[in-house]
Design a binder for this molecule. Structure first.
Ligand code: ZN
Length: 279
């Protein structure tokens, strides 16, 4: 086989793989939807944290409360008490205190499963395991909301998660470059008819060196009277690549309030939107 034939076969295989990926992502976006009209008198903004590092609660959670606001914490209970590259993770007491203060807990699978590459039956077991682990720590507690770890979900995973929760927030730390740019799955706000099984979210760390981009999105959300869901991980003086500093976070909270938005945990925001559905 000539060198040229090998090259063109490799190019064709790459093209086909990319095309399959695009089709899978389009299918995820288009199918197993739970539509919700985002139509509200005031724009909405939610602050969410994934995994989660203690600093998200101790720093960012305290800051939100100083501004009269509450956040949503998507927890993987297998990470409880662990050390990580994002600093120490939450402890049992943090979960109790957080709920006591009025913040919201969401599910993020027990073992922090990859949302594209994990088989759907394994993924579902990880959801059920996380629910059981939560009940062990907080009797009677249950998750109503979910966020997809690592990436946008493949279709079968979206179907599974959609069965368990009122709403599911998009993921997309590393693997969703196509998804973000082309499918509205990430780095934007929810407006028009959104999908409760795959809510758009904006990861703050991706714009921590460009705060003006965040300000601009907050203003766009206000004009559209949309629902902007922020996400991040650690909030500390020397953040990991997946977090931001307290100063940056505080600036975003201030801009959010100045825009006239109501800052609400995710499930409360869904309830507000459901109450104002067009009759
Ligand atoms: Zn995560």
């Amino acid at each position: 086989m000539s060198q040229q034939t090998v090259h063109s076969q490799r190019a064709a295989a790459g093209y086909l793989a990319r095309a399959r990926g695009r089709l899978s992502i389009e299918a995820t976006r288009a199918l197993f939807r739970k539509p919700l009209a985002v139509k509200t008198a005031l724009p909405l903004i939610s602050f969410t944290f994934d995994d989660f590092p203690r600093s998200a609660f101790l720093e960012a959670g305290s800051m939100l409360r100083r501004y009269g606001a509450l956040g949503t914490y998507y927890v993987s209970l297998s990470l409880m008490g662990k050390q990580s590259h994002m600093g120490p993770m939450f402890q049992t007491e943090d979960l109790k205190e957080l709920v006591h203060l009025g913040h919201e807990l969401g599910c993020h699978t027990f073992g922090h499963c990859h949302s594209w590459s994990t088989p759907p039956d394994v993924y579902e077991r990880a959801i059920v395991e996380n629910q059981a682990a939560l009940r062990d720590v907080l009797h009677g507690a249950s998750f109503q909301t979910f966020s997809y770890p690592f990436s946008a979900p493949r279709l079968a995973v979206k179907q599974v998660a959609g069965r368990h929760f009122l709403c599911c927030r998009g993921g997309g730390l590393r693997d969703d470059r196509y998804f973000s740019r082309h499918s509205g799955g990430g780095q934007t706000f929810n407006s028009g008819i959104t999908d409760l099984n795959l809510l758009c979210a904006f990861f703050l760390e991706k714009s921590r060196d460009n705060p003006e981009a965040v300000k601009s999105l907050i203003d766009q959300n206000a004009r559209a009277r949309g629902w902007l869901i922020f996400a991040t991980h650690d909030v500390c003086g020397a953040p990991s690549p997946y977090g931001c500093t307290p100063d940056f976070f505080e600036q975003v909270v201030q801009w959010a309030l100045e825009s006239g938005a109501r800052i609400l945990p995710v499930v409360e925001a869904v309830e507000v939107l459901r109450a104002s559905q067009p009759k």
